[in-house]
Design a protein around this ligand. Structure first.
Ligand SMILES: Nc1ncnc2c1ncn2[C@@H]1O[C@H](COP(=O)(O)OP(=O)(O)O)[C@@H](O)[C@H]1O
Ligand SMILES: [Mg+2]
Length: 248
């Protein structure tokens, strides 16, 4: 058998790139954790206020690391082809409402309004309800974070003959056309910085930078359910992320 050397080189390059990406993602939080731990230990953080700040940064960065590792494991399970879905008959409306409700504090902080526009009589889907919550949370939290103060998020759904289509639309910064094909990629973070992201400097929950894995996980979940994903965006006006789920 002739081994395809160029294919092996390509896979090798991808593997190297993957490990280098992960190393970069881990480095910043770890640098902060060790740096502030050292400041506590050697007394550089001497007064009560700087000690409290150091502890809070250590806690926040540890949390970020934990979520990153969890997302990475989750994505690897989804991509393994054995996503272990716990499927049952699900109504989308309550799942979307509960997900939006859980993000209400974030939306308030960002001064963004969430509107739900799902027909009550949508057909049921045979799906994993926890995975569907994850889908709504990923899309709605992006739509809040990449929005602007006073902006909106609109979650809609419609029943087609063989599937349900769901869209999450925002009035945010949008995504440049040349970046659209890459939004699903692992660790991808776009070039656009929003006013709401700038709130990061002022602290609070908007401060938490994402892992860059949310949309990859979203796509993995929908594909594992036999559905499709898409995105549409106009820079300066907003983005719409959509997905379909087969119905019976
Ligand atoms: N609703 C949106 N509006 C504008 N850009 C978005 C939106 N959703 C995602 N993006 C872009 O796609 C990138 C990847 O999204 P995601 O995988 O959820 O990662 P994260 O949220 O951790 O940055 C984001 O960093 C952002 O640049
Ligand atoms: Mg995200």
């Amino acid at each position: 058998m002739i081994r395809d050397v160029s294919e092996e080189r390509r896979l090798d390059g991808m593997r190297r790139r993957f490990f280098s990406d992960i190393s970069h993602e881990l480095r910043t939080p770890l640098t902060n954790i060790t740096g502030f731990a050292a400041a506590l230990e050697d007394g550089t953080a001497s007064d009560e206020a700087s000690r409290a700040q150091a502890i809070s940064i250590i806690a926040k960065e540890s949390d970020r690391l934990k979520r990153f590792i969890e997302d990475l494991l989750d994505l690897s399970r989804l991509e393994s082809g054995h996503p272990d879905l716990q499927k049952e008959s699900c109504e989308l409306e309550p799942i979307a409402s509960a997900s939006a409700e859980s993000l209400q504090p974030l939306a308030e902080q960002a001064k963004v309004k969430i509107h739900l526009d799902l027909p009550r009589d949508l057909p049921q889907v045979f799906a994993d309800p926890h995975r569907l919550s994850q889908v709504f949370v990923n899309l709605i939290s992006n739509a809040i974070r990449f929005n602007r103060p006073g902006g909106e998020v609109i979650v809609s759904a419609s029943a087609e003959p063989t599937e349900i289509k769901v869209t999450v639309k925002d009035t945010g910064v949008g995504i440049p056309a040349e970046e659209l094909p890459y939004v699903w990629g692992r660790f991808h973070r776009g070039s656009t910085v929003t006013q709401n992201e700038n709130l990061e400097a002022r602290g609070g929950e908007l401060q938490t930078k994402g892992s860059g894995l949310g949309l990859a996980i979203f796509r993995g979940i929908i594909q594992a359910h036999g559905g499709r994903v898409w995105v549409d965006s106009t820079p300066g006006q907003g983005s719409t992320f959509g997905f379909s789920l087969p119905t019976g």
